[in-house]
Design a protein around this ligand. Structure first.
Ligand code: SF4
Length: 514
């Protein structure tokens, strides 16, 4: 017997959620209020209602995520985005772990103007969220990194355009569907935690193939992806990405959202049946691929500093933010500095950092110095480079603890206490068990919740230790170690861990044996 569809499933089935935008315009232009039931469908345009002080949805303001198809904003896009940040988002800009920009304080009345601005520079927020293909994770330096294996930019756009143009087929999945396509030597698309991912490598004969991995993901039902033991040729990537999407759409669990990700289907079926279904859908066999390519470790997946591009005479520079938040005024400066030096634009990394690309070699140092003076170092210390934080209860309805501004203070305090710390350390702070900042793959992770401390109920964190990404065979999900610290004690706790780390020479083994 078919399980009964949930209310949300019935709503999604009643109309393409991407058409809700028509109602949105009615509210914005004619003042006809959007009915409550459709507010949840605004996610398909990357919009989530803010939370008021009582923890309830505040429908006056929305968070809005903008999709950057290849993780990049060229100069004119950067100009428009910085204008939106200042004019409509109260100067609050976040860079996400999925290489997108998130604005806050967006009002529905401003949506038509914002959409006009975005489309004037070929940007969109369609499918920035919702139950369908999410923005594809990729290398921020595709086509420019000197040592890259394969330029995946064209492939990525092909897959994204296919989903976008056929939105009636791809707008109503059981839940989100996250893809990664990477071709650089750093593997920055984090394929181990994507629903479906394609990771480029070169064979002994210099042929480029993609290793196919399926069913990774974090949050409560976390697991590292499984290798499909199949290699995919570049010209087959679109077929396989579409096949996997349709398999998930048609077979994923629609009665229980907690079991509705690709990994749940994979766990039910096993990898061989999943591959059989892919091959049935594409109509040909994929090449057997028994060996996993060599994969970079998580802490090395970055492109900081001044780097030569493939294009002679051009450089790119990688910078760190503090916990992914960028002041609106700074975002405007990003545009001004890039324009001053004739840079091509800004690309976002999956670690809430960014890269400025297509800078003439002779200007790279001056540009790097100006960004550094603004507070965005190009040779960051480990805390600024690798501490990630989620949106938290400031704006997120699931948030239990305030994370973003808090994480920024944690970074500064750690910098003060450990000015000479050089180890590659990853830290992540999340405001609830959905773990959007990826504490489960960090060396030290903090997952927010309430706790009793000194007789009071306060914000605190469960501590996770020992996560890492390094391919499907060596990656580790961090362990919850049974320690809970109040928010006020997190820096002291990290300090004690780092002192142990130095004393016990745990740098040899990272935190895995802690
Ligand atoms: Fe919101 Fe929780 Fe995700 Fe943070 S981890 S953004 S609080 S859902």
């Amino acid at each position: 017997m078919m399980a009964e569809l949930s209310a949300l499933e019935q709503l999604k089935a009643s109309r393409n959620p991407l058409r809700v935008v028509e109602d949105l315009y009615k509210e914005a232009l004619e003042g006809i209020p959007l009915s409550d039931e459709y507010i949840g469908l605004l996610k398909w345009y990357g919009m989530y209602p803010h939370i008021n002080k009582d923890g309830l949805e505040d429908k006056k303001y929305f968070m809005k995520r903008i999709k950057l198809v290849d993780a990049r904003m060229n100069l004119e896009q950067l100009k428009v985005m910085s204008e939106i940040g200042m004019k409509y988002a109260q100067g609050l800009v976040d860079f996400t772990t999925r290489q997108n920009v998130q604005f806050h304080y967006i009002e529905i009345k401003d949506i038509p103007a914002i959409f006009d601005l975005l489309s004037s520079v070929n940007l969109t927020s369609r499918m920035a969220s919702g139950d369908g293909p999410r923005p594809i994770m990729t290398c921020p330096v595709s086509g420019i990194d000197d040592g890259e294996i394969y330029d995946v930019a064209k492939l990525l756009k092909e897959v994204d355009t296919y989903f976008d143009k056929n939105d009636d087929r791809f707008c109503n999945f059981p839940r989100k569907y996250k893809i990664g396509i990477s071709g650089c030597k750093c593997h920055c698309a984090a394929h181990e935690v994507q629903d479906v991912a394609f990771t480029a490598f070169k064979t002994k004969n210099d042929e480029v193939l993609f290793d196919l991995t399926i069913g990774g993901g974090l949050s409560k039902s976390k697991q590292i992806a499984t290798r499909a033991n199949r290699y995919v040729k570049p010209e087959q990537v679109l077929d396989v990405a579409v096949a996997c999407a349709e398999i998930f759409r048609d077979n994923g669990n629609r009665s229980n959202r907690n079991k509705a990700r690709v990994r749940h289907l994979l766990n039910d079926w096993g990898i061989e049946k999943f591959v059989e279904e892919i091959e049935k859908a594409i109509g040909y066999k994929l090449q057997i691929g028994e060996v996993e390519p060599i994969i970079a470790s998580y802490e090395n997946r970055n492109h900081f500093g001044i780097n030569k591009q493939q294009q002679v005479g051009l450089s790119y520079v990688g910078f760190a933010t503090n916990s992914g938040r960028v002041a609106g005024e700074d975002f405007v400066k990003f545009y001004e500095i890039c324009s001053k030096y004739g840079a091509g634009g800004v690309a976002l990394t999956g670690t809430q950092n960014f890269i400025v690309y297509d800078i003439k070699d002779e200007f790279a140092q001056s540009l790097a110095d100006e960004f550094e003076a603004l507070g965005y170092p190009y040779k960051p210390n480990p805390f600024r480079a690798r501490l990630q934080s989620c949106t938290g209860k400031e704006f997120c309805k699931f948030g239990i603890t305030e994370t973003k501004e808090y994480a920024k203070k944690v970074v500064v305090e750690l910098e003060n206490r450990f000015p000479d710390f050089k180890e590659d350390l990853t830290i992540a702070i999340s405001g609830c068990g959905n773990t959007c900042s990826h504490p489960q793959i960090a060396d030290i992770g903090f997952v927010g919740g309430m706790m009793r401390f000194d007789g009071e109920r306060v914000e605190g964190y469960d501590v996770l230790i020992g996560g890492n990404l390094e391919g499907t065979s060596k990656s580790r999900i961090a362990r919850k170690i049974g320690v809970k610290v109040p928010a006020t004690g997190v820096v002291d706790y990290i300090e004690s861990l780092l002192n142990d780390y130095k004393t016990d020479n745990l740098g040899q083994t990272r935190f895995k044996d802690y």
